[in-house]
Design a protein around this ligand. Structure first.
Ligand SMILES: *Cc1c(COP(=O)(O)O)cnc(C)c1O
Length: 367
């Protein structure tokens, strides 16, 4: 049996009529860039997130960068974040001209450890950028509290976490801006790239709108910006999918529960769901000492398991400024996790047979 890692083609087949209709509607309308379809999706997205504003852009990476720029985060500033994330989290900080300062993680959620933030604050610190890794929110109340006491900005990397929440808060509500990604394999994905910033801060909306469109809010008038728009074609397709996101996230949670039930006595480290948090399982990640052997075994059994992320950002060789002091940062829990993680197939369209096969295969491993 073969079990793939991504379900987006199955998802397309399941929604083919509606998706095709949405695409043809945009094609026939002639409005391809910043048209009414984008405006409608932005409204729907803001409503879904219970936020005042949603601004579409070209990718999750751009969403982060646009938020940083709009908030005035730039050269000379330090941004406290984590290193066990997709490279783009730190990359966006560098693109804005600031410097990421990495702190270590909690051992079970693998999210930013809030107790390590204050020791990392210097007089250059401007912002904290938590990542809601694998679809579970970081401890936002603690992070927001520290930010408030030290007068710091908070930008949430929600690329993996649309629909995630805590018992008294959700993405975007305890920060200055929250950034989403719609790249194909994310929980809400389009065939291509896309992203959005959601925020309750009225004062940064025009800046983000201008920055994503060559510094222009009015035709022919420009200041310095960039070209980072969400195409109407993608927006139309995302509108079709946004209606299903809660149902899909529920299915991801169900599959995760089946995996966790099936693997509970194996000695593997399974995902930890924090009480009171709604984990939306962008990824189902287990940890094991013999990671490389297990990965090979699963792949040979036809299961497309992957690793997120085997090389933490501070371990990357292409470290942009190359100063030894920055390379020397030690993040023991981040490094331990990077050496042990395996992501099992996780998407709403997985069949019961595929789920059983994954559980059975992992269980019969003789390491
Ligand atoms: C996917 C992802 C991004 C980048 O999003 P793109 O749309 O691919 O640019 C940033 N951060 C995290 C945590 C991600 O998973």
């Amino acid at each position: 049996m073969k079990v793939g890692f991504y379900g987006h083609v199955r998802q397309y087949h399941n929604l083919k009529e509606e998706i095709d209709a949405a695409i043809f509607e945009v094609l026939e309308s002639g409005n391809y860039i910043m048209g009414p379809t984008l405006a409608r999706f932005e409204k729907e997205l803001a409503a879904y997130c219970h936020m005042k504003h949603a601004i579409g852009c070209n990718s999750g990476t751009d969403a982060l960068w646009l938020a940083f720029m709009a908030l005035g985060i730039g050269p000379g500033d330090e941004v406290i974040t984590v290193a066990n994330t997709f490279f783009a989290t730190a990359e966006a900080v560098w693109i804005a001209g600031a410097r990421p300062v990495f702190v270590d993680i909690e051992p079970h959620t693998c999210n930013m450890d809030p107790t390590l933030i204050e020791p990392a604050i210097t007089d250059r610190t401007r912002a904290i950028v938590p990542v809601h890794l694998y679809g579970q929110m970081a401890n936002m109340p603690a992070i927001a509290d520290i930010a408030q006491r030290h007068n710091l900005l908070v930008v949430e990397d929600c690329a993996q976490a649309i629909g995630a929440a805590g018992d008294t808060f959700a993405i975007g509500e305890l920060s200055d801006a929250a950034c989403l990604s719609f790249i194909a394999h994310k929980n809400l994905g389009t065939p291509g790239d896309g992203g959005a910033v959601v925020t309750n801060r009225d004062d940064i909306v025009d800046r983000i709108l201008a920055l994503r469109n060559h510094g222009s809010l009015k035709r022919s008038y420009h200041s310095m910006g960039y070209n980072s728009r969400l195409d109407d074609l993608h927006a139309g397709l995302l509108s079709v999918k946004l209606k299903r996101i809660d149902q899909w996230n529920d299915r991801r949670r169900q599959i995760a529960a089946m995996y966790s039930e099936g693997l509970q006595d194996t000695g593997l480290q399974l995902p930890y769901e924090k009480p009171g948090y709604r984990h939306v399982y962008h990824l189902y990640v287990i940890e094991i000492e013999q990671r490389d052997e297990m990965l090979k075994y699963l792949n040979q059994a036809g299961i497309d398991a992957k690793t997120h992320y085997p090389i933490a950002i501070h371990q990357q060789e292409g470290y942009p400024w190359g100063q030894p002091a920055d390379l020397n940062v030690s993040l023991p829990l981040t490094e331990r996790s990077a050496a042990r993680v395996i992501s099992l197939p996780m998407f709403p369209e997985l069949t019961p047979e595929e789920i059983d096969y994954v559980i059975h295969t992992v269980r019969t491993w003789e390491g």
